[in-house]
Write a protein that binds this ligand. Structure first.
Ligand code: APR
Length: 321
């Protein structure tokens, strides 16, 4: 059977880490694409030279030509610019929207059957624009945010309980970052929900609230520590989890930015984080979670934040209206 082909659009910090994981796990052959051809080619060659040491046979190539992504099974997009000090939000949106438009056209022309995972920020609006620009089926275009947000939440909870991260599950909804909605009643240790763990005195409501807040600001905490750049290991691992579920038809239920059609709080046509089944057909199902009043309020706040960025995008790019 032919190997899967994985196109990584953007060969920066996350792109390089994605290539490393994909090669080590022999997920498929990897094409690293970047406007800086040397970056893409250099990372592909460095990893190819590492492959004999870790003993895996994935082929890696670097390129700045979209023709090389032809027939890719999966495309993971990290192309774009980070927010620099002094850059305002709309400047960042404008720059990354232009990048996403180019990427969408490249994928539409050369890899229209791919499962596309977007990581570029501001995530929920960029993945929405990517689907619009490319015209690909919404079930084949998703955004990576929830797996990362829930991984951060899980790590902080495991640290609080001093237990294995493997036994902690966390459920999150909504937009990426500040407006993320943690579903504490669906977040568990060995199946026991957080509200019960509070009653069992494993923790307190205040400590859970602080963990939720830290999770929401998780990206910023890393940016502050690194001083130059943003998180890359956890975002890359998270996107690989999604790619694997598609390539191996695992039907994992993962929180992803998906285009809703009324499953949660009646929201339609927007990309927002929700638990989705990822299998060989892409997004095969979105869990229609019934929200309680306070959760719904937080979710709608998150939806409003995503809508606002989309309105900015539409102003900059009238073709998105
Ligand atoms: N086409 C292809 N690649 C591009 C383009 C473009 N039009 N514009 C920029 N790039 C490339 C840059 O050359 C750079 O190598 O995208 C890469 C981005 O890499 P980094 O700056 O290292 O950013 P990274 O940390 O990988 O994050 C990428 O993910 O989490 C989000 O906010 C983050 O939007 C950012 C993205």
């Amino acid at each position: 059977m032919a190997r899967a082909k994985i196109a990584l659009i953007g060969a920066g910090m996350i792109g390089g880490t994605l290539a490393h994981i994909a090669a080590r796990e022999e997920l498929g052959d990897v094409v690293l694409f970047d406007i800086f051809e040397g970056t893409a080619k250099g990372k592909a060659l460095d990893l190819s030279e590492a492959a004999p040491v870790f003993g895996k046979d994935s082929k890696l190539v670097g390129t700045s030509s979209y023709a090389d992504i032809a027939g890719a099974d999966v495309c993971i997009i990290t192309a774009g610019f980070p927010r620099k000090p002094g850059m305002d939000r709309s400047e960042l949106i404008g720059k990354n929207l232009g990048v996403i438009k180019q990427v969408a056209e490249g994928i539409k022309e050369h890899a229209p059957k791919a499962f596309v995972i977007c990581i570029t920020n501001p995530l929920d609006a960029m993945v929405w624009a990517l689907q619009k620009f490319s015209g690909l089926q919404p079930r084949k275009v998703v955004g990576m945010a929830g797996v990362l947000d829930s991984a951060r939440f899980r790590y902080f909870l495991a640290d609080e309980f001093q237990c294995s991260v493997e036994d902690v599950h966390a459920s999150v909804l909504g937009g990426h970052g500040d407006t993320m909605v943690p579903l504490t009643r669906y977040s568990t240790v060995n199946g026991v929900p957080l509200p019960d763990l509070i009653k069992m005195k494993w923790t307190t409501q205040d400590r859970v609230d602080a963990i939720v807040e830290r999770t929401r600001k998780g990206g910023g905490e890393i940016v502050g520590l690194l001083g130059n750049g943003s998180a890359f290991y956890a975002p890359a691992e998270s996107a690989i989890e999604m790619a694997k579920s598609y390539l191996r038809d695992k039907k994992r239920i993962l929180p992803c930015a998906v285009r809703l059609s009324g499953q949660i709080a009646g929201v339609r046509g927007l990309y927002v984080g929700a638990p989705a089944m990822i299998g060989a057909r892409g997004v095969e199902k979105v869990m229609n979670i019934r929200l309680k009043a306070d959760e719904r309020e937080m979710f709608m706040k998150s939806v409003a934040a995503v809508e606002k960025i989309i309105a900015d995008c539409q102003e900059m790019e009238p073709s998105l209206k």
